[in-house]
Design a protein around this ligand. Structure first.
Ligand code: SIN
Length: 281
């Protein structure tokens, strides 16, 4: 259901420096745990506009992170890998025993859900000496940088998203059949900005409904290549202990770089549930 586009709060101006001209910001001068409701609303709006927000030096406990994350909206809960008995907190951890890490490969989180994620909040406690960056790609610019003819084609299409990249499937907790698949528009409108974002990703998108299997495969491969090669609409975030990063899954894809084995990287993620994706022409 389309929701009203809310302008960024006129009363709250969050100080931020652009990471690249149109994508990603480092927000300065805030302590997340002291924010007013107006400031949290402004943070969500800025996240929708800039896609990724990086905030340094946010010392907090896991319970404090969970309490803050609840202010972002209803949260996804995790039956596995939850932290400290808090079902809304997912542990992100890699060390010398890891065989794989969460988030390798470009993706948006659990897009196979009927209401896929809005903002994710990841806080790192332990980071490797070097490496372990997270890469982000701007799906507003990914769509806008396609040719006008290709944009017109994509605006008419929907795609099925399967739980092939779902943490419950990857962890062996559930089979594909036990998890939902969902059809979403290939291009979606962000409710807080009114902007259009490309919404297919290689971890979850199975097939474009209106096309034959080979046509769908070719189009999806072209779009994934466009996203992974789109360095002009990507940024790379370098973590420090106590860095918090928010990203808006409605308009951003991310990719965790696992280039630091066997070092330890450890943090906690919470994710707000978004609306049913829609396209407003
Ligand atoms: C993820 O949420 O996909 C993991 C991101 C990261 O570890 O940088």
């Amino acid at each position: 259901m389309p929701t009203e586009i809310k302008p960024i709060s006129e009363h709250v101006d969050l100080l931020h420096n652009a990471i690249s001209p149109r994508f990603g910001s480092e927000v300065q001068g805030i302590n997340l745990l002291d924010m007013t409701d107006d400031e949290v609303a402004a943070l969500k709006q800025l996240g929708a506009e800039r896609g990724v927000l990086v905030i340094r030096d946010q010392v907090m406990t896991m319970a404090q992170q969970a309490a803050f994350a609840h202010r972002l909206g209803e949260l996804t809960t995790y039956p596995v890998k939850q932290s400290g008995g808090l079902p809304e907190m997912l542990t992100i951890h890699a060390d010398e025993n890891s065989k794989h890490v969460a988030g390798e490969g470009w993706h948006t989180d659990i897009s196979s859900e009927p209401r896929p994620p809005a903002l994710s909040m990841l806080r790192m406690e332990i980071v490797p000496d070097s490496g372990g960056d997270t890469l982000f790609a701007d799906m507003y610019q990914a769509f806008a940088s396609l040719s006008a003819e290709m944009q017109l084609i994509l605006l008419r299409l929907t795609a099925r998203h399967d739980p092939t990249g779902h943490y419950l499937y990857l962890s062996g907790e559930k089979t594909l059949r036990e998890l939902p698949s969902q059809v979403h528009p290939v291009v979606r409108t962000h409710p807080l900005t009114g902007r259009k974002a490309l919404y297919v990703n290689s971890a979850f998108t199975g097939k474009i409904k209106q096309l034959s299997k080979p046509e769908s495969r070719a189009l999806l491969d072209m779009l994934y290549q466009h996203i992974s090669a789109g360095i002009s609409f990507q940024i790379r975030v370098r973590w420090q202990p106590h860095t918090v990063v928010f990203w808006d899954n409605r308009c951003v894809q991310h990719h965790a770089a696992w280039d630091y084995f066997p070092q330890v990287r450890h943090g906690y993620r919470a994710t707000a549930i978004g609306e049913v994706p829609y396209l407003e022409l």
